[in-house]
Design a protein around this ligand. Structure first.
Ligand code: MTE
Length: 320
């Protein structure tokens, strides 16, 4: 596996990130308590022990955390200032400047379609029973930049198993928030709103596919898709839908926003593939943010050993 969990470090190596901790973060952090039941979480809410545990997670020396491919992490600044989030503008620096209007708490997630657990759930309720972990993944965007990022989240499979999809369900569709006050750029016609993405159920169940609530030991910043976003590390970044408000199980393949917008350029699968160029540029090389020289792009973003079998027998030139 290419997943690498974060390393623990001596308490002497303390970074100043503690300043970002606040009560709201603690509430979210407790909710992510893995095996803890909800009543236990509540009863421990004010206990110093839980505060300490959550605190220590933010105190890692992130500069020492690398992926198994021995790639350096991009800085917190890279990750949070060079973004795509068209609801807040099309410039890479727009989301960091404009996304303060997004209100990620309180937040509801609707579960819909072909499953037993249809309904609307508060975010805490939705993520509380899940097994949260730090995981280092590459993000590779179609426009040929890449980053290595320590995300915090849980396997989407956990949600799927809990939701009990019916036998007829073959896909899962995700929808982002549609709210003109919080996302004023949705008044523009740059894309169809709300932003929609989808995965085949076997892709969605793959252990590398995660729902993310944090990055670099902190709560997910608005510009990165607070409070809940998807990461599918072997696919182009546009599959990583942000600020999710709905998941829906379907029999038919969802129409994702970019495919709807420009079907010649963006497909449903969007597997990173250096052999298939975007009609307007090559996908063979990429620039890691912070580096000058480009590097060759790896098939499936380097995760081929784990995911290639999902596509055996498929023509990946046609299914781009
Ligand atoms: N999700 C929504 N709702 N709106 C968007 O514009 N952009 C996508 C994806 N998720 C986008 C989105 C694209 S094109 C990319 S490359 C990634 O988010 C960027 O994630 P990052 O800004 O955290 O690096």
């Amino acid at each position: 596996m290419l997943i690498k969990r974060s390393e623990d470090i001596p308490s002497s190596d303390i970074t100043p990130e503690s300043t970002y901790l606040n009560r709201r973060k603690f509430i979210a952090g407790f909710g992510l308590g893995g095996a803890l039941g909800s009543s236990m979480i509540r009863s421990q809410f004010d206990s110093a022990k839980v505060l300490e545990d959550e605190f220590s997670r933010t105190q890692k020396d992130w500069s020492r955390v690398r992926s198994d491919l021995d790639e350096e992490l991009n800085s917190y600044e890279d990750v949070t200032t060079y973004n795509n989030f068209y609801e807040f503008g099309t410039g890479k620096d727009d989301p960091a400047k404009n996304s303060h209007t997004l209100k990620p708490h309180p937040w509801n997630i609707e579960v819909d379609g072909l499953c037993a657990k249809r309904g609307t759930y508060g975010l805490e309720e939705f993520i509380k029973p899940r097994n949260m972990e730090d995981r280092v993944y590459r993000l590779r965007c179609v426009e040929a930049w890449s980053m290595v990022i320590p995300w915090y989240g849980f396997s989407l499979k956990e949600v799927i198993d809990w939701a009990e999809p019916l036998g007829s369900a073959r896909y899962i569709e995700f929808t982002s928030l549609y709210n003109l006050e919080q996302m004023p750029m949705q008044r523009s016609f740059v894309l169809e709103w709300p932003y929609v993405e989808g995965l085949r159920l076997d892709e969605a169940r793959h252990p590398l596919t995660i729902l993310v609530t944090g990055v670099y030991g902190r709560e997910l910043p608005n510009q990165n898709g607070a409070p809940l976003r998807l990461i599918v590390p072997w696919k182009y970044g546009f599959k990583g839908i942000k600020s999710i408000v709905k998941i829906r199980f379907t029999e038919t393949q969802p129409l994702n926003t970019w495919q709807q917008s420009t079907p010649r350029e963006y497909g449903f699968y969007a597997n990173v593939n250096p052999g298939v160029d975007h009609p307007r540029w090559s996908q063979a090389r990429e620039r890691r943010l912070g580096e000058l020289r480009k590097r060759p792009t790896l098939m499936f973003n380097g995760y081929g050993e784990q995911v290639a079998n999902l596509y055996s027998g498929m023509d990946l030139r046609l299914n781009f």
